[in-house]
Each structure stands twice: as structure tokens, then as C-alpha cells.
Write a protein that binds this ligand. Structure first.
Ligand code: FRU
Length: 460
């Protein structure tokens, strides 16, 4: 990906982006025969949500990516309107992909087929077609199979779904052989009523407690929460041997990422036992998407940098995978006045870390005059703001930090930021575009001073 990306002003160097066209969800994440594979929803033709195929890149180290031909193309009767999202597993040395074949009728109706494809070399895939009929009680919106194997050898599949009463749901199947699937009904007996459709379900099983991650569409804004067009978050609980997720009813649906652009993530476990997440650094919001400045260069959207996700003392934490260290070149931070510190970024691919000795009191950080991050211990609210490229107005996303602000880690690219707070307890992902010709060369961050340690790296 690094090699193939065209040179343009909003180009990305260490995030996966499409060479052209539109990228959305990460799909089929797996480490297969030692190599990491990332597939993604890809419209190769143009920057709209049409004709989705599976783009494909692979890597030995999660940093350097090699581009492969698309793994799946929507050319068969069962997927002719899109090879939609899904996942990957390894069995008998082969790589299996599970995905949704999207088929639209002339009357606008929709049928979803849950399909399989198989590969022996991780590059060429043979489609095996649909696996089963969808269960009664659901609309044509049943998709995004996530498959995994439990310790007893049973294969499980969960699917995002919409009930006929137009509420979101998740349904479960199991199989002994990946071919014959038995239906187990809804994942959650008394599920939380969130939105009209649940997309891209995933279950992360941890020793302490499990989380069910999903992307509900149609939730109402609630204070600082659920401000984006669509949401992604999780509830906690426990996945049982009968295929049910017993959720902690007192646990609320918590957003995984508080930024403006984050949706439809997927996780996988690698050979070292880490659970790694990649998300789509975008949100389906037609008007906002249509105005993204990269469209003039013929591409749209990106994936997050791979994150390790862990459960620590009952809290979910997300951190950039440790491989990021390979890219780091330390840079010294020079200019400092008594009240502010101007940090000249060595390049538009940088990483900035700030660690407070005690909790921060007041913090203000501005990146390239385009994104502002502010925190005050008075109300313990951290606010990230940027100029919306469509409305040209300032917009913000915020989070309340119950235990104060202790650390910030910022991954910076020419048009993208990922902000990890308090060692990954909260994350904000967003795009930003410096459009004013006079400001395009600005490569600095300015922060208000207090007692802390700042580290800067160039990422190469
Ligand atoms: C989520 C999603 C999935 C679907 C895919 C289509 O962004 O809508 O539910 O499979 O994108 O591209």
C-alpha cells in the first residue's frame, strides 16, 4: 500500500488506503501462515458506495503492506450487487472467507446470501456460493458474518440483522465443518433496543469478561454520545456454550472510539495471542463523504492503524500495535516559551506523546491549526474540535475523563489523526484537511505548558 499510494497532498504513509476508489469496512482479518492479511470493502470504479469487492493487502509486520489482486469480485448471481463484509478463518491449512452476497431486485428489494470462498495460497480465492437460507422473522438486511472456532472445535458465526419489526439484532449459527450450519436464534435473549439495524458484529472473548462489538444504525444523540451518523460500540457480558451472549444488563453501550470517523471495526487473534483491531476511518454520511477533499485525487477513506485491544481491570484499552516502534525516529523538541510550546513536526507522519507527572490541569493542543484538543480538570472534559469540510463550521466531540488526563498519544498523518488517551482508555479517530493555501505548509503543534514530558517521533 505504501508503495502503490499515489503522491497527493492528503496521501497517507502508514495507514491502509485504497489506491483509487472508495474503501469502507476492514474484512477477513487474519494471520495466515505467518502473514497478516487485511481485506477491505472496495469500490474500484469510483468514490461511491457501489459495486463492492474485497480489496486485499498483506504484511509480515503490520507496517509494510503488499497489494494483491481483489480477493472477491461481485460477478456471480449470489453477490452481483456487492461482495459485502465478512471474516476469515484457517482450517486444514486453507484460508476460508465468509462474506455476504448482496442482491438487489428490480423493485429495490434486497436478498442477502451468506457465502464462502476458499484459498490454498492466501491470494487466489475460489467462491463456493451461498451456505444457507436466512431465517424467518428478518428482513433482507442480514449480513457481515464473523466466524471463529471455540476450544471444543465448534465453529460459530454471528450476523448483523434487522428484524421484521425494523429493530436491530444479531443472530447465531454453528457448524462442525464450516459447510453445514445450524441456526441458534438471536445472540442475546433480551437484547438492548438500539437502532433499526446492527452491522458488523464481533465478539471479543477475554479472560475477565467478553465484549460484543457492533455497529447499530439509527441511535439518537445523547449528550456527548452517539454524535456520528452511525455508531460503533460494545456491551460487556459472557458468551456461553449454548451460543448466547449473557450481557451485563447494567453495562451501557459504550462507543469504541469517540472521534468523527470510526465505524465497522473487526478484530482477530494473531499467532502471539494478541487481539488486534482495525476499523474503518470513515462513517457513512452521504453529504459529508461526498465533500471529502481526497475525492479530487480519486480515492476516499482509510483504515485505522492496527490496534491491540486488551481488557485491563475491567476496562477496555486500545493501543497502536507495538510494531509502530519500528517506524520511530526520535526528534528533539526545541522552541518553548513560558506559556506555550511550539513543536515543529519533523514530517506529516509523526507521533507525539505527552505524559503528565500528575494529572493534567489545563491542556490545549493545536495540530497544524486544523485540530484542537482541549482539557480542563475543572469539568474533566476532553474536547476535540475541527472544521467540518462541508459546513466549514467548527464541530466537536468530547468525553468525560473520570480519572483525569494522564497521557496522550497522537498518530499524525497529512490528513488523519488517531488520539489515544490515558494509555488507550479512550480513542478519537478523525480526518482533517488543511484547505487554505496559506496554511498548507504548517507543520507544527502548539501546546500550553504545564508539568509533563513530551516525546516526538518521525514515523518512517
Ligand atoms: C458497514 C456496511 C456493512 C456491509 C458493507 C457494505 O459499513 O454497511 O454492513 O456489509 O458496509 O459495503
Amino acid at each position: 500500500m505504501k508503495q502503490s499510494a499515489k503522491q497527493d497532498e492528503y496521501d497517507l504513509a502508514y495507514h491502509i488506503r485504497p489506491p483509487k476508489g472508495l474503501l469502507n469496512d476492514p474484512n477477513g482479518l487474519i494471520q495466515y501462515k505467518g502473514v497478516y492479511h487485511v481485506f477491505y470493502q472496495w469500490n474500484q470504479q469510483d468514490t461511491t458506495h457501489q459495486t463492492k469487492s474485497w480489496g486485499h493487502v498483506s504484511s509480515k509486520d503490520l507496517i509494510h503492506w503488499e497489494t494483491h489482486p481483489p480477493a472477491l469480485e461481485p460477478v456471480d448471481w449470489f453477490d452481483r450487487n456487492g461482495c459485502y463484509s465478512g471474516s476469515a478463518v484457517e482450517a486444514d491449512g486453507k484460508l476460508y472467507l465468509f462474506y455476504t452476497g448482496n442482491v438487489r431486485g428490480e423493485d429495490g428489494s434486497r436478498t442477502s446470501y451468506q457465502c464462502m470462498a476458499v484459498s490454498e495460497d492466501g491470494v487466489h480465492f475460489e467462491k463456493k456460493g451461498p451456505l444457507f437460507e436466512q431465517p424467518p422473522g428478518y428482513t433482507g438486511h442480514v449480513r457481515d458474518p464473523k466466524v471463529w472456532q471455540d476450544a471444543e472445535g465448534i465453529w460459530w458465526m454471528i450476523l448483523g440483522a434487522q428484524r421484521e419489526d425494523l429493530s436491530g439484532d444479531c443472530i447465531v449459527y454453528h457448524s462442525q465443518n464450516l459447510i453445514d450450519w445450524d441456526y441458534d436464534g438471536p445472540l442475546i435473549v433480551e437484547r438492548p433496543k438500539l437502532g433499526y439495524m446492527w452491522e458488523c458484529p464481533d465478539l471479543c472473548l477475554f479472560a475477565e469478561k467478553d465484549i460484543f462489538v457492533f455497529s447499530p444504525q439509527g441511535m439518537d444523540v445523547l449528550g456527548d454520545e452517539f454524535q456520528n451518523f452511525y455508531q460503533t460500540g460494545y456491551i460487556t457480558g459472557q458468551f456461553k456454550a449454548n451460543g448466547k451472549f449473557e450481557w451485563d444488563k447494567e453495562s451501557v453501550f459504550k462507543e469504541l472510539d469517540r472521534g468523527f470517523e470510526f465505524y465497522a471495526p473487526q478484530t482477530f487473534i494473531d499467532d502471539t495471542g494478541r487481539r488486534i483491531l482495525l476499523g474503518w476511518l470513515g462513517v457513512m454520511d452521504p453529504a459529508v463523504e461526498a465533500a471529502v477533499p481526497t475525492r479530487k485525487d480519486g480515492w476516499l477513506h482509510a483504515l485505522t492503524f492496527p490496534r491491540e485491544i486488551i481488557m485491563e481491570e475491567g476496562r477496555l484499552k486500545q493501543r497502536p500495535v507495538k510494531e509502530i516502534a519500528q517506524m520511530r525516529k526520535p526528534v528533539s523538541i526545541a522552541s518553548q516559551s513560558s506559556t506555550t510550546q511550539t513543536i515543529v513536526l519533523p514530517s506529516l507522519q509523526s507521533e507525539l506523546q505527552i505524559q503528565w507527572k500528575e494529572a493534567a490541569e489545563e491542556m490545549k493542543l493545536e495540530i497544524r491549526k486544523a485540530v484542537q484538543i482541549a482539557y480542563s480538570s475543572a469539568d474533566q472534559r476532553l474536547i476535540v474540535s475541527r472544521t467540518n469540510w462541508l459546513s466549514k463550521e467548527i464541530e466537536e466531540r468530547a468525553v468525560h475523563l473520570q480519572n483525569g488526563l494522564h497521557s496522550l498519544q497522537l498518530l499524525i498523518e497529512s490528513s488523519l489523526l488517531e488520539l489515544f488517551i490515558n494509555d488507550g482508555e479512550e480513542v478519537f479517530s478523525l480526518r482533517y484537511f488543511v484547505e487554505d493555501e496559506n496554511e498548507k505548509n504548517i507543520k507544527w503543534a502548539e501546546t500550553a505548558i504545564d508539568s509533563r514530558e513530551t516525546t516526538l517521533y518521525q514515523l518512517d
